[in-house]
Design a protein around this ligand. Structure first.
Ligand code: COA
Length: 261
């Protein structure tokens, strides 16, 4: 029996599927989801067979964001508990963004509020063209606070100024145009598009993929001059790893690297 009440987890070879499983409330997340999603991504870090994580939602929509019944309950808690609960929610997004395995999201239906936040937290977000996104929080009298750093990393402060303030909804095509998602495709092509991204990731060296994720965090915000000691050290170390030796030897020997066989 699954140890999770709100998630469905399935391993398919090297791919770990994490599915939000509260379809009756369009996968809105409450405290249990926050706890379980954080735990599932922590477990993915140490799961030796998992090389890629795919996050998706069961039912009509990917996620309707924070569960508003739960949000109402949290508001009624003593200030310190309310604050701690909000921090756990923020750390759930961080657990996804910092997962040691690459994270692909399959987004359909709606991804509103925190659903847009989940979209921003993953490495490769793929959605259906007609899927609806929105930083809808101001419509509810709140702000997209804990998700703001994740969303702004993807779309920038300029676009956030319009989308955070208006709370307007926008479709998958627009989400791709502004850099929130990597690709928006007709819904019938969504599974194949996810599979293609998974295959691309599986054809890359697993340690190199993990290192690439860390590199982006390390280099982000550095000046071109300040980046040089960091990036030169990085490639010097990486090109001497067993994985790089195998990658070079496979290319030069006109064969597939060991991680692909
Ligand atoms: N929190 C709690 N419950 C939610 C929810 C949320 N974020 N989003 C949806 N639900 C519930 C609805 O209240 C409804 O419950 P009911 O069956 O008891 O009436 C059920 O989920 C289905 O929602 P419904 O609106 O009927 O489904 P839909 O498919 O027509 O529309 C959405 C889906 C996502 C467009 C719509 O539910 C919505 O706009 N939700 C709010 C999204 C939002 O603004 N999130 C930001 C949170 S900060």
């Amino acid at each position: 029996m699954s140890r999770y009440q709100t998630l469905e987890i399935a391993a398919q070879g090297p791919v770990l599927h994490i599915r939000l499983n509260r379809p009756d409330v369009r996968n809105a997340f409450n405290g249990v989801v926050v706890e379980e999603l954080s735990a599932a991504f922590a477990a993915a870090n140490t799961e030796p067979t998992a090389r890629v994580v795919v996050l998706s939602g069961n039912g009509k929509s990917f996620s309707a964001g924070a569960d508003l019944t739960w949000m109402q309950e949290q508001a009624g808690l003593p200030q310190e508990q309310n604050q701690r609960s909000a921090e756990r929610m923020a750390r759930m997004f961080l657990a996804i963004a910092r997962c040691k395995k690459p994270v692909v999201a399959r987004i359909h239906g709606h991804a509103l509020g925190g659903g847009t936040g989940l979209t921003a937290a993953v490495d490769i977000a793929l959605c259906s063209e007609d899927c609806l996104f929105g930083l809808t929080e101001t419509k509810l009298g709140i702000v997209p606070a804990v998700i703001s750093p994740f969303v702004m990393q993807k779309i920038g402060a300029g676009r956030a100024r319009t989308l955070f303030l208006t709370g307007e909804r926008f479709d998958g095509r627009e989400a791709m145009r502004i850099g929130l998602v990597h690709r928006a495709v007709p819904e019938a092509e969504l599974d194949a598009t996810v599979q293609k991204a998974v295959d691309e990731l599986l054809s890359a060296g697993p340690a190199a993929v993990a290192s690439a994720k860390e590199l982006i965090v390390a280099v982000d915000g550095l000046s071109l001059e300040d980046a040089i000691p960091v990036t030169s050290k990085w490639i010097a170390a990486l090109r001497a790893t067993p994985e790089a030796k195998e990658g070079f030897a496979a290319f030069l020997g006109k064969r597939k690297p060991g991680w692909m066989t």
